[in-house]
Ligand binder design. Structure first.
Ligand SMILES: *Cc1c(COP(=O)(O)O)cnc(C)c1O
Length: 386
């Protein structure tokens, strides 16, 4: 019988054998800037339109709305800023609670704290590392009560204002089910679709099933603007308030500087939007490459026991932003070591947020499934420069 270590080395070499020509396993994800990026950025430099206004910002917002099917897209300086504004516009106030998964990037929780509100962690499913509707329903049935149209946590006495659902690694969460639960409990649903540009749930692009959703264009995302983000919404009032809040609260008045609220400088500069416009042109190509990588990784793991690839849930079409191995036993660190030994830049998922010092005292449901995913998932190199 083969030892565990041999098995893991076999996995690592199978992966190397099956990857497409020109693919690098040496980085988890790198930007791919081979379209009109330099042309559009050069145009900003040549015309001096490098800062907070310019035609590329408008064009980028239009293209994002067109592609995602959201009525409005508001570009922001990064995805975290978009989340901050989304929570604020969802009415999240000091001492409110916001439900969110522990399996996510830290920004989903940090932006709750920017509103002086309290993250409240909910568990993922057994079969997929996204929020589990059934477990959420049972939990709220237990701890939530509605008084005058507002949801309260019976245990803490605080208002539960919103739920942020994350489409983890690009895979859409079960939006219909989660939206129903949010409606039943009077919670505003926000989608953190930072990782999910190009992902569809039942044929509709994610990010605007609830009141708002957010995107990120950080350097490691499927589309990058260097740094950037966007807020998506179908609600005209939310859209204009989001624009206002992200652009310092300036009231448009000719040659007068008038501001009407404490707002933020969260605008995406034109030079970044220029890159974004070029990146969006190549998104269909990126998505095709992600699918090609899926087939290669699948061909590699099919030969190996105890590992599978994380695949898109039923009724969804994922962008497969980051491919991931799912292990059926507890040897994550051995597998990682074997992959690293073969020069494959594989990573575990983020440390669960509810275990971090600044969040460990936050309310939470039983997070068994999240704990399981933490020790079973490995993220694999998923760049599209090949
Ligand atoms: C990338 C990401 C964000 C936002 O990140 P920024 O770097 O601020 O653009 C938020 N949530 C998740 C889940 C992410 O992956």
């Amino acid at each position: 019988m083969m030892s565990v270590t041999d098995l893991n080395i076999q996995l690592a070499s199978a992966i190397k054998q099956h990857m497409p020509p020109g693919f690098s396993v040496k980085a988890l994800h790198e930007p791919c800037l081979r379209g009109n990026e330099s042309r559009y950025v050069q145009e900003c430099i040549d015309t001096n339109w490098v800062s907070s206004l310019g035609k590329f910002v408008d064009r980028f917002e239009e293209k994002l709305a067109e592609y995602t099917g959201a009525r409005y897209a508001i570009a922001t300086v990064n995805g975290t800023a978009a989340l901050h504004i989304a929570y604020q516009l969802a009415g999240v106030r000091a001492d409110d609670e916001v439900l969110l998964p522990s399996v996510t990037f830290i920004a989903t929780a940090n932006a709750v704290r920017y509103c002086d509100a309290i993250p409240h962690f909910v568990d993922t499913g057994v079969n997929h590392p996204n929020v589990c509707p059934q477990k959420l329903k049972d939990y709220l049935n237990d701890i939530a009560e509605i008084k005058s149209g507002v949801c309260y946590n019976k245990k803490t006495g605080r208002v539960i204002r919103a739920l942020c659902v994350v489409h983890i690694l690009g895979h859409p969460a079960d939006l219909d089910e989660i939206k129903n639960i949010c409606e039943h409990y009077h919670l505003t649903m926000i989608e953190d679709a930072s990782e999910a540009l190009g992902s569809f749930y039942k044929g509709t692009h994610v990010g605007h099933a609830g009141l708002m959703g957010t995107l990120s264009f950080n350097g490691n995302k499927i589309v990058t603007t260097g740094g950037g983000g966007a807020l998506l919404t179908n609600d005209p009032d939310i859209a204009s308030r989001a624009k206002h809040l992200t652009t310092t609260g300036k009231v448009p008045r000719h040659r007068e500087m008038v501001y009407d609220c404490v707002a933020y400088n969260y605008r995406l500069p034109n030079i970044n939007a220029a890159m974004g416009c070029a990146q969006l042109e190549t998104l269909p190509n990126f998505l095709a490459k992600k699918r090609e990588l899926l087939r290669c990784y699948q061909a590699a793991v099919v030969e190996i026991d105890h590992v599978e690839l994380l695949v898109e849930p039923d009724n969804t079409h994922s962008n497969y932003w980051l491919h991931a191995l799912v292990l059926d036993r507890d040897d994550r660190d051995d597998v990682l070591a074997a992959l690293h030994q073969e020069g494959i830049d594989a990573w575990p998922i983020w440390q669960l947020i509810h275990t971090l010092p600044m969040y460990q005292h936050c309310p939470q449901m039983n997070l068994n499934n999240s704990e399981q995913w933490m020790s079973r998932l490995i993220r694999l190199p998923s760049g599209v420069s090949f």
